[in-house]
Design a protein around this ligand. Structure first.
Ligand code: ZN
Ligand code: ZN
Length: 396
């Protein structure tokens, strides 16, 4: 095990070079052609059997044969953000940026693949490396990269699946691996409040959708407080409101639109939020207007399998000591790795990668990570995969 960590440190320069290369050449979801090519070349150089074009632009490699099968996943896509960092490896594609750390994930999984491939006496079974496209968004049919890879059979026969995500706000090197829910159900709503336009001086002759909207917003914001079990995590955020036209200060418009996001962990709360948004919009009818509502269901919540999580936590403590394993509050962020954990019991852990004192939030133009964590992440993925392989084998 110490050996594995040492080996991960030995490949650190290579991981940093790969991470910077990918960072400098970011590609949006399902357009990761250069990135996938680079990944496939590196994997082939290790002598692995490689499949490309899996889930559109994903790459899969197999190490070892037979069962059990343990999969490790990294995502490869960037975001439509203009990078503001002045670093030698800054994005060379204006308006596209690795602002979530997926470049680091890809580099760490390549590092793990290298140290595992070069291991002389691996346990029996297969380790499958999944380099996934498009985690951040969906294609025209509403499917994300994880779904597309599953559709193409990438998870077939897999006993366990693991992944990590860097956290630019968590002290570098610390690891968070909670058992149970890890990320939220992410559903969005798009609504139109229909009134009846009129002259601003004669509101009584129409139905003012802006006035109606004000009541609807109150009703929607009451959902979390009044309609959801206080013990169940949930968030409702209205992200957009649009109404009226420029120069229309004396015009009551016909309609206004609003959209927002519904976050929860469990399925029951997920459905309740949807029902309650519809009920809240019903206020529009009570006030003489009407509404249209569209719900777009996104990725489900990630459930970290308790047994797999326990094994990750043991690995952290054995490898880096108890002080590295932290506890903290959960977040209602989303992550499409959830689709994979619905195929096979698995877990994701967070790896602290705070670079410096600057606020470098995810999905922000100043996002960056501390590259010193790359060996730690690669060693964690490799060691956990080995332990899962041995654990799953002993149960067969
Ligand atoms: Zn992200
Ligand atoms: Zn991400």
């Amino acid at each position: 095990m110490t050996n594995l960590l040492e080996k991960a440190h030995a490949v650190a320069p290579e991981m940093i070079a790969v991470r910077r290369d990918i960072h400098q050449h970011p590609e949006l979801g399902f357009q990761e052609f250069r990135t996938a090519g680079l990944v496939a070349d590196k994997l082939r150089a290790l002598g692995l059997e490689v499949s490309t074009g899996v889930g559109k632009t994903g790459v899969v490699a197999h190490l070892g044969e037979g069962t059990p099968i343990v999969a490790i996943r990294a995502d490869m896509d960037a975001l439509p953000i203009l990078e503001a960092n002045d670093v030698s490896y800054a994005s060379a594609s204006p308006g596209v940026m690795h602002a979530c750390g997926h470049d680091g994930h890809t580099a760490m999984l390549l590092g793990a693949a290298k140290i595992l491939t070069e291991m002389p006496d691996r346990p029996t079974g297969e380790i499958r490396f999944l380099f996934q496209p498009c985690e951040e968004t969906n294609d025209a049919e509403g499917k994300s990269g994880a779904q597309r890879m599953i559709d193409d059979g990438a998870l077939q026969g897999v006993d366990h699946v693991i992944a990590l995500h860097v956290d630019s706000d968590l002290e570098s090197g610390l690891i968070f691996a909670p058992s149970g829910f890890m990320t939220a159900n992410v559903d969005n709503f798009f609504a139109t409040i229909i009134g009846q336009g009129a002259h601003g001086a004669h509101p009584d002759q129409g139905v003012d959708p802006i006035y109606v909207l004000a009541q609807v917003i109150n009703a929607i914001q009451g959902i979390r407080a009044r309609r959801i079990n206080p013990g169940r995590p949930a968030v409702v955020t209205i992200g957009t409101v649009h109404g009226g036209l420029p120069g229309g200060e004396n015009v009551i418009p016909n309609e206004v639109t609003l959209s927002g996001t519904l976050r929860s962990y469990d399925d029951q709360t997920r459905e309740k939020l949807i029902i309650e948004v519809e009920r809240a919009l019903g206020v529009a009818k009570a006030l003489g207007g009407d509404f249209k509502l569209e719900i777009v269901k996104g990725c489900p919540s990630t459930y970290n399998d308790p047994k797999v999580t326990e094994l990750i936590r043991e690995t952290v403590v054995d490898m880096f000591g108890q002080h590295t394993l932290i506890e903290r509050e959960l977040s209602l962020g989303g992550e499409d790795f959830s689709y994979m954990t619905r195929e096979a019991p698995g877990a994701m852990f967070l790896l602290g990668a705070k670079k410096d004192a600057v606020k470098r939030a995810h999905h922000n133009p100043l996002f960056d990570i501390d590259e010193n964590v790359l060996p730690r992440g690669a060693a964690m993925l490799a060691e956990t995969a080995l332990r899962l392989l041995m654990g799953a084998a002993s149960k067969r």
